[in-house]
Design a protein around this ligand. Structure first.
Ligand SMILES: C[C@H](O)[C@@H](O)CC(=O)C(=O)O
Ligand SMILES: [Mg+2]
Length: 458
């Protein structure tokens, strides 16, 4: 039974200096410091359990999200956890519909600069903050039930599951009744699929070999190590310089051979015609997909690229920066993507991701989650394992991203075996970081940053 009143919400700005090694770099984010706005929820319950929630950010962006989490705190504090999850749809809507927060541009005074930031509705900073808070609620709920989050979801009856979803703005493609029906139909074979997951895990691909900032020698070395470790699917960053892309893609394709799967990711670098032209030149390396070829807001642009690249056998993948379920709905309606990439922190937590998984099922589009960042692998594995067991019932054309960074900072790190995610066994959403890691990486007063900042003369 869920219990306790939320007595404290704290939020930490935790950053890892990944940009120093070029880890995580792409054509648009050339110096990413993998970071998180890290939320801790405490209750007055005697069990002493805490809920941990993160949202993924890049360095300086974190302080902005931290402000937004604090702005949302009054919605959570002093609430009864039973009341929150008992009407999760209502609570989700309360957080995402704060009449004062959803409207405005937010003016933030940081170190001498003034930033104007759009924070709503259901997009941008406030939505990332919503995800951090709700992820903490889901973590706490799963912990109180003594189950890993994926299992909490798998064991929930369809009616309870859909009661967590806000169907506002999507009923033209998915009603609550239809969602329930999808879940009911997928009850068949659930037990066998759960056993399959526990025995073999969920198939993964790696992005860790080919960040854009890596020199060719690193790329080669990481590729050959990944091959030895049994990886068969690889993603390469592209989009900044065509000649570089040709050289790097050739190098990777030569190393992995013609049979293994290659994906490319441009991180929104191109205009629509440029995307088509560029990918036509990279087609010889046989990519399965081009990810984020253009602005995440350009639904019709994605549709045009999809149509143009289909004859070359290249699909369009996108989602890691899709604001919300409405954008996903339209991408699906417009046949703008062949692979849908949910993100555990970009959307409004499990609640909104459930709606996207169900829409993807209805449109028969495979979900291949985004996980490049700190903690995203830990979180999204729960969603995709649930998706397989309770929604999609298929592994056809599906795989979950894996990046080999920063797992050592988590109390319950992902377990990868033979290029597959093994289902987590510990209770919760795998969101909890090690206390010492948080302390050392807190910005700007953690030991790691104090040293770095003083070396830079700050
Ligand atoms: C900035 C991030 O590392 C981004 O490049 C991740 C990404 O696009 C992916 O993993 O896909
Ligand atoms: Mg990407």
């Amino acid at each position: 039974m869920v219990h306790g009143r939320v007595s404290r919400l704290s939020v930490h700005d935790v950053r890892f200096p990944t940009s120093l090694g070029g880890h995580g770099s792409d054509a648009m984010h050339t110096d990413p410091d993998y970071s998180a706005a890290y939320v801790v929820l405490e209750t007055d319950a005697e069990d002493g359990l805490k809920g941990y929630g993160i949202t993924f950010t890049l360095g300086r962006g974190t302080e902005v999200v931290v402000c937004a989490v604090n702005a949302l705190a009054p919605h959570v504090l002093n609430k009864d956890l039973g009341d929150i999850v008992g009407d999760f749809r209502g609570f989700y809507r309360q957080l995402t519909s704060d009449g004062q927060l959803r409207w405005i541009f937010y003016r933030l005074q940081t170190t001498g600069e003034e930033l104007n930031l759009q924070i709503g509705p259901e997009k941008g900073v406030v939505h990332l903050a919503t995800a951090a808070v709700l992820n903490a609620v889901w973590d706490l709920w799963a912990k109180q039930e003594g189950k890993p989050l994926w299992k909490l979801l798998v064991d929930m009856d369809p009616r309870t599951l859909v009661s967590c979803i806000d169907f506002r703005y999507i009923t033209d493609v998915l009603t609550e009744e239809e969602a329930c029906e999808i879940l009911r139909q997928s009850q068949v074979g659930k037990k066998e699929r759960e056993e399959q997951m526990l025995a073999h895990g969920y198939p993964a691909y790696t992005t860790s070999c080919a960040w854009l900032g890596y020199p060719d020698a690193t790329l080669k070395q990481l590729c050959s190590e990944a091959l030895k470790d049994g990886w068969t699917r690889f993603k390469v960053k592209v989009g900044a310089d065509l000649q570089d892309d040709i050289r790097r893609c050739r190098l990777v394709r030569n190393m992995i051979g013609p049979e293994k799967t290659l994906m490319m990711d441009a991180n929104q670098r191109w205009d629509v015609p440029e995307a088509v032209e560029w990918m036509t030149k990279l087609a010889e390396f046989k990519p399965l997909w081009i990810e984020e070829p253009t602005s995440p807001d350009d639904i019709l642009g994605h549709a045009a690229i999809s149509k143009a690249l289909a004859p070359l056998g290249i699909g369009v993948a996108t989602g890691e920066q899709c604001h919300n379920r409405v954008i996903f709905k339209q991408l699906l309606q417009a046949k703008a993507l062949k692979f849908l990439q949910i993100d555990s922190c970009r959307l409004g937590s499990v609640n909104e991701n459930l709606s996207v998984l169900l829409m993807a099922k209805k449109f028969e589009i495979p979900v291949c989650p985004h996980a490049g960042g700190v903690g995203l692998c830990e979180l999204v594995q729960h969603l995709i394992i649930f998706d397989f067991i309770s929604v999609s019932a298929s592994l056809q054309d599906r795989m979950c991203e894996y990046v080999d960074h920063l797992h050592e900072h988590f109390k319950y790190p992902v377990l990868i075996r033979e290029a597959a995610y093994l289902p987590p066994k510990d209770a919760g959403y795998s969101t909890e970081m090690k206390e010492d890691s948080v302390k050392r990486h807190r910005y700007p007063d953690g030991e790691v940053w104090k040293k770095l900042l003083s070396a830079q003369g700050n």
